[in-house]
Design a protein. Structure first.
Length: 318
């Protein structure tokens, strides 16, 4: 089914502020009316040549992040908010501390992660340094991908997830400081739309028995991940460029088998859920707050069925 179109409207109930002096202080209330319907083949075909920008401002067709030469057969794409968002930065720190490129590439089917934000690509280096993210990071300043994939806009914060370890006030101050440091570069106001929220989308092959082989591992620069530019084509600015294929004159067709759209500004799928859908063992690095950690381990936000169970069977056969 095609995801519900993004309305880009604020929550029906205006956000209110809590006055209690605790971990939930200053939290907004309310969520957007989103869903986790899997994107249709028509939607993916329509957005395949939408452009994302790398750290150098070079454009790449969106589909080259998840299919083509030297690209893993399974790719989880994490859409984050603006590049100064402390919540999303904490999320990527949590993901990076529990999921490494090596652990993904040891899976029976080559698997990787890519990150997309909605700010200026000139901030990608800063973002990679702040988060310690080992995966490639791209920018979609137009937010067209967010809109077409059904991700909404809101300032509602919702409940505190396990991946946020810092107090909200400290995280907010850190975000302001990051912005002030970018005044000289002219990027202080180009972090991206503060109301835009993101989500996670897992792209997997239509057919597990496809003849496409495991990609070669590449060495990228710091912050680019092991796949460097992910074997992208020289796509032109109008989205019409060379086709990246599997070396046999064709691209491996992919579909989204699992996805989650955020409903608040700190509603990313928790790390234990990501590890489950990716087929990794364990729940990740636990946090001190047992109540929030147990909730993260037991609850699930996304929808779909990944190839994780098939990979488990492959491991047993091996």
């Amino acid at each position: 089914p095609t995801p519900a179109p993004a309305t880009n409207k604020p929550p029906s109930k205006p956000p209110s502020v809590n006055t209690d002096v605790d971990a939930s202080a200053l939290d907004f209330e309310g969520t957007v009316d989103s869903n986790n319907d899997l994107p249709s083949a028509a939607t993916l075909a329509r957005i395949g040549n939408f452009l994302v920008l790398d750290r150098d401002g070079k454009s790449h067709a969106f589909k080259t992040l998840y299919t083509g030469k030297h690209v893993a057969r399974r790719v989880l794409i994490i859409f984050v908010r603006h590049f100064f968002c402390g919540n999303c930065q904490e999320y990527l720190r949590s993901v990076s501390s529990s999921i490494s490129p090596d652990s993904l590439l040891r899976l029976p089917i080559s698997t990787f992660i890519a990150v997309v934000g909605c700010g200026d690509p000139g901030l990608i280096d800063m973002y990679a340094a702040e988060t310690g993210c080992p995966f490639p990071i791209y920018a979609d300043p137009t937010r067209k991908l967010y809109e077409e994939l059904g991700m909404m806009r809101t300032l509602a914060m919702g409940t505190r997830p396990a991946y946020t370890k810092q107090h909200l006030f400290k995280s907010s101050i850190a975000s302001v400081v990051q912005g002030l440091k970018q005044i000289k570069s002219g990027l202080a106001t180009k972090g991206g739309d503060a109301r835009q929220i993101g989500g996670e989308f897992l792209f997997e092959p239509l057919d597990l028995q496809s003849p496409v082989g495991t990609p070669f591992g590449l060495s990228g620069e710091s912050g680019e991940g092991m796949f460097g530019s992910l074997g992208t084509s020289d796509t032109s600015l109008d989205g019409k460029g060379g086709v990246v294929d599997d070396g046999a004159g064709r691209e491996e067709q992919k579909r989204v088998t699992w996805c989650h759209r955020m409903r608040t500004t700190r509603d990313h799928a928790e790390v234990p859920e990501l590890m489950e859908v990716l087929g990794l063992d364990g729940n990740g690095v636990p946090i001190a707050d047992q109540k929030r950690w147990i909730k993260a381990v037991e609850s699930r936000k996304g929808t779909g069925l990944s190839m994780a169970s098939q990979m488990s069977a492959m491991k047993e056969d091996a």
